[in-house]
Design a protein around this ligand. Structure first.
Ligand SMILES: NC(=O)c1ccc[n+]([C@@H]2O[C@H](COP(=O)([O-])OP(=O)(O)OC[C@H]3O[C@@H](n4cnc5c(N)ncnc54)[C@H](O)[C@@H]3O)[C@@H](O)[C@H]2O)c1
Length: 308
């Protein structure tokens, strides 16, 4: 595993080793650094790459778009080049529902035309295109996984979302309110044309996503050299519904404060996951209540560290 720890805490490695194997290889390095990645490939038997490394905040990508283009594109370009050069069989890429933007068509299928609304979303679509061209011109098999809204944590409570800096993801913000670290949850916009006026998202448990990656690594792709899959539940939940579900999961009040809409926020989005069901044999199994219960267990197991 390679990580530059720009958004990960080194102490997570011990937890990962506890859950996997004590000799899990963890190398500190930049995925955009050709020397570091080639050395890793020399020292380990690499037959597949799963490329998660990216900057991922929509608001931050508006504030500092060039940092986003640099990190997300150069890491993908470098890994794709090395994958082709080394004859690596399979490349799984973490893409996102943000590539679709606010689509007129719901649920969103893999054929829905992409229309990203933020620099972050553009980086993901550009990376997909780099990988499509790499696949078309080489033996590399590429699987693009477009995650909807990942939530939750490992059932043990040992690993979960633990960014270095306070991020803007919804569930960590909800958990900060439940823990008493924030007074209220800021809800960005309550005047959207949705059932309660707040944005609608397809929340998907991180353990379902993990299983989706295993399915992608093992799937028989038939004649496909490049294939895109949505990973979601197919169920839309509003921000206020999520806050209410978090009150049940945590037993704590989650007062909400309505704030202005944010640029780049998608109004509503949920996935059609029938392609993943048919071709990967994958379906999300866990619901929002379980996502929040597992996230709550995680933040309580990690009370020693700030719940960003
Ligand atoms: N969390 C979401 O809501 C979401 C939704 C859809 C897609 N994704 C995508 O899934 C992937 C993982 O997201 P996450 O939520 O786990 O984010 P994260 O920030 O928790 O994880 C990304 C990891 O990559 C590392 N990293 C970043 N740039 C790197 C580089 N150049 N070289 C080496 N390591 C680097 C960071 O230190 C971090 O550990 C990202 O590609 C993200 O765009 C996330």
């Amino acid at each position: 595993m390679l990580d530059d720890f720009s958004n990960a805490r080194p102490d997570v490695v011990a937890e990962l080793r506890m859950l996997t194997t004590p000799d899990l290889a963890v190398i500190e390095g930049d995925a955009a650094d050709g020397t570091a990645v080639r050395r890793l490939c020399d020292e380990h038997d690499v037959d597949s790459i799963v490329h998660f490394a990216a900057h991922k905040s929509v608001p931050e990508s508006f504030a500092d778009p060039l940092r986003y283009y640099r990190n997300n594109l150069l890491s993908t370009l470098n890994l794709a080049e090395i994958a082709v050069e080394r004859g690596i069989d399979r490349f799984v890429f973490s893409s996102s529902a943000v590539v679709y933007g606010t689509s007129g068509q719901l649920p969103v299928t893999e054929e829905t035309p992409p229309a990203p609304q933020s620099p972050y979303g553009s980086t993901k679509l550009m990376c997909e295109r780099i990988l499509a061209d790499a696949a078309a011109s080489s033996g590399l098999r590429v699987i693009i996984l477009r995650y909807f809204n990942p939530v939750g944590a490992h059932g043990s409570g040992r690993i979960g979302e633990l960014p270095v800096a306070a991020g803007q993801n919804l569930v960590p913000a909800v958990m900060r309110v439940a823990l008493g670290e924030s007074d209220r949850l800021q809800v960005f916009g309550d005047d959207y044309d949705t059932r309660d006026g707040t944005a609608v998202r397809d929340f998907v448990h991180v353990m379902d996503l993990a299983e989706g990656h295993l399915a992608a690594l093992e799937a028989d792709l038939g004649s496909h050299q490049y294939r895109v899959f949505n990973l979601g539940t197919g169920v839309g939940t509003t921000v206020l519904e999520l806050a209410a579900a978090a009150e049940s999961a945590t037993g704590r009040p989650i007062p909400c404060e309505i704030a202005a809409r944010r640029p780049g926020d998608i109004v509503e989005s949920w996935a059609d996951c029938s392609r993943a069901a048919g071709e990967l044999g994958w379906r999300a199994k866990r619901d929002v209540a379980q996502m929040l219960a597992d996230h709550w267990r995680f933040v309580n197991c990690r009370r020693d560290v700030p719940a960003h």
